[in-house]
Design a protein around this ligand. Structure first.
Ligand code: NAP
Length: 298
């Protein structure tokens, strides 16, 4: 690959551009964002080799176009490219849900090779100042190619993500959505809900929720500070898997309620021991560090 177009220059688009600049300086990156202020900031931070004034200009002559926009905007962003995207170019994205993205891309660009992707890496920040080059280091990137995708295109994209430091896994889009509903989408929904509940109670607690915010609540507020547009789109686009997993979660929560009400300490202790072991294996697999309080300075 010699030329890559990046559409959307926020946290993910900016990080892809910066990571390519550091690790693949042989590749020219052309970026576009629909917000002129974002385009200006992207040029100042040199997120890409060239910031273009239109999506068409950005994709002209590219080998790969990566759409780094919210999942609800992917169809519209792809339609903007339809007339100018070279016929041999691969189209990919970084969206957090995959089934609806596969469908939107196939509809907007029926004659192109589409290999959707999801780097499972991010922060609660968004915008052109949020990106950094090491975001993908040692993180997973899940590719969800359609069954008829050319193997050489899958290989090319796999090689590209590996060169950015990521570990790559290929998965069916529907399975991806179910797995990510559990590991990412439901935790975000719980964080949004619990912080929302606490904020509704502020009148009763007279500011004490913020004042005495303990570790547990503070960690939820970090997740609940995530980008509202991105997460609105994730829930609207991964509706079925989220609702299925939410059903499971509600049943488990009811079981916890029953254990507390009936004084079943054994059930509580068993679950808490199991969950502690999960935390340990996440650390052992290098997906988080073991410093107390997530290594925050005090
Ligand atoms: P972001 O920082 O808000 O950046 C997205 C940018 O895309 C915004 O500047 C937005 O402009 C622009 N945009 C929207 N529609 C566009 C269009 N049609 N053409 C050109 N630009 C357009 O969001 P992000 O965090 O980078 O997220 C981007 C994607 O990455 C999402 O699909 C998300 O699900 C996925 N993702 C995010 C994370 C994470 O932790 N944040 C992790 C993995 C994957 P406006 O502000 O004007 O809309």
């Amino acid at each position: 690959m010699q030329r890559i177009a990046i559409i959307g220059l926020g946290l993910l688009g900016g990080s892809v551009g910066l990571a390519l600049a550091v690790r693949r300086p042989d590749i020219v990156t052309c970026g576009y964002d629909r917000d002129p202020a974002v385009r200006r900031r992207a040029a100042e931070r040199a997120l890409v080799t060239a910031v273009c004034e239109t999506a068409a200009e950005a994709v002209a002559g590219c080998d790969l176009a990566i759409l780094c926009v919210p999942v609800g905007a992917i169809g519209a962003a792809a339609r903007d490219l339809a007339d100018t995207l070279p016929s041999g170019a691969i189209v990919s994205d970084v969206g957090s849900s995959k089934q609806s993205v596969v469908e939107a891309l196939a509809e907007a660009l029926p004659h192109h090779t589409v290999i959707p992707a999801h780097p499972v890496a991010g922060t609660e920040q968004s915008g052109p100042d949020a990106g950094f080059a090491s975001l993908f280091q040692d993180r997973w990137c899940i590719l969800t190619p359609p069954a008829d995708a050319p193997p050489e295109a899958v290989e090319a994209l796999t090689g590209l993500w590996r060169s950015l430091g990521a570990k790559v896994e290929v998965m069916d889009a529907k399975h991806h959505d179910l797995v990510l509903a559990v590991t990412s989408h439901i935790p975000h929904l719980i964080a949004y809900t619990i912080v929302g509940t606490a904020s509704d109670m502020e009148e009763v607690t007279r500011g004490e929720v913020i004042k005495y915010s303990a570790g547990g609540f503070r960690d939820f507020t970090r997740i609940a500070a995530s980008d509202p547009v991105m997460w609105r789109d994730v829930f609207l686009n991964n509706r079925d898997a989220v609702l299925e997993m939410l059903g499971r979660f509600t049943e488990d929560l009811t079981a916890m309620q029953r254990a507390i009400r009936s004084g079943d300490g054994e059930a509580l202790h068993d679950l808490f021991s199991r969950t502690r072991a999960i935390r340990r294996s996440i650390i052992e697999q290098g997906q988080d560090d073991a410093s107390p309080d997530f290594g925050r300075g005090h």
